[in-house]
Design a protein around this ligand. Structure first.
Ligand SMILES: C[S@@+](CC[C@H](N)C(=O)[O-])C[C@H]1O[C@@H](n2cnc3c(N)ncnc32)[C@H](O)[C@@H]1O
Length: 259
């Protein structure tokens, strides 16, 4: 018993105003974040704790408990927390074999118009890659993509569509030259590609997600990897419900595959 209290006391750090700061127990906030977004954290590592501690210091919050209460009552803090804790890594022509698969499915369908959902789109590279690949193969195709993500900062970057070499280096040079204008250190995507993608903030678990309507094809890559098995199954069902044709598979990333 004594040791327990001693340990708790060690974890309470006093700041210069003698206010007690407790950044120790991340279990409750991790559960809260998972109920909000589906994203689950491994509490055996210090990754979440480090991110939360930085976040709390930045927002002058003295404990994870205080953060959780504020986040429940304040939509701005909640969104900041979502932006801080979600991982938005992506790049052009990532998992290109899947886009090839889409091209072959479109060929067999003989469609002249396609509406695609990309959930999540992060900073935009995936929906823009799909548009480029479709137009390369079917120049007169009427293509429209809705890209959604829960992270508003990622979506701002997607709307700007200004990328560094790290994000475009998998694109063949001829496509880079055709679809981008290059500035000093950035590659700006041309408007005719940007115009084919509508970007929206959405959480796939919110009821309003379904208001986006139905799509010929649904892409959802590298989001389910952050979810526990039960949540993956729930997410997969929701994504499947967004298809016009129930016989087409949702395009998942190879790492999203179920255990
Ligand atoms: C690693 S990125 C995947 C980007 C892109 N699909 C790709 O494969 O390159 C994962 C994205 O999932 C988003 N995300 C996580 N949970 C979400 C949810 N419940 N609803 C919508 N987006 C979510 C994150 O904000 C993040 O941008």
């Amino acid at each position: 018993m004594f040791n327990f209290f001693k340990k708790r006391e060690d974890n309470l750090v006093k700041d210069s105003n003698s206010t007690k700061i407790n950044y120790e127990d991340a279990v409750d906030i991790a559960n809260y974040f998972e109920s909000l977004t589906g994203v689950s954290f491994d509490l055996n590592t210090s990754i979440l704790k480090n991110k939360l501690t930085t976040f709390c210091r930045h927002h002058n919050l003295y404990s994870f408990e205080e953060l959780m209460q504020r986040s429940k009552n304040d939509g701005l803090i909640r969104q900041d927390l979502i932006n801080a804790l979600t991982t938005n890594e992506t790049y052009f022509y990532r998992e290109f074999s899947q886009i090839k698969e889409l091209l072959s499915v479109i060929t067999s369908s003989k469609k002249s118009s396609v509406k695609i959902l990309c959930a999540p789109c992060a900073t935009g590279e995936e929906p823009y890659s799909i548009v480029i690949a479709i137009l390369e193969k079917f120049p007169s195709m009427n293509v429209h993509i809705v890209g959604i993500d829960i992270n508003t900062e990622a979506l701002k970057k997607a709307k700007k569509a200004s990328y560094t070499f790290r994000h475009v280096n998998k694109l063949p040079t001829q496509l880079l030259e055709k679809y981008f204008t290059s500035q000093k250190e950035t590659y700006e995507l041309k408007d005719d590609i940007k115009d084919k993608v509508t970007l929206k903030q959405a959480n796939i678990f919110d009821d309003s997600f379904k208001d986006l309507g139905k799509f010929d094809y649904v892409f959802s890559r590298n989001m389910l990897i952050y979810f526990e098995q039960e949540t993956k199954l729930k997410a997969k069902k929701i994504l499947e419900s967004m298809r016009i044709d129930n016989t087409t598979d949702v395009f998942l990333g190879h790492a999203d595959l179920f255990e």
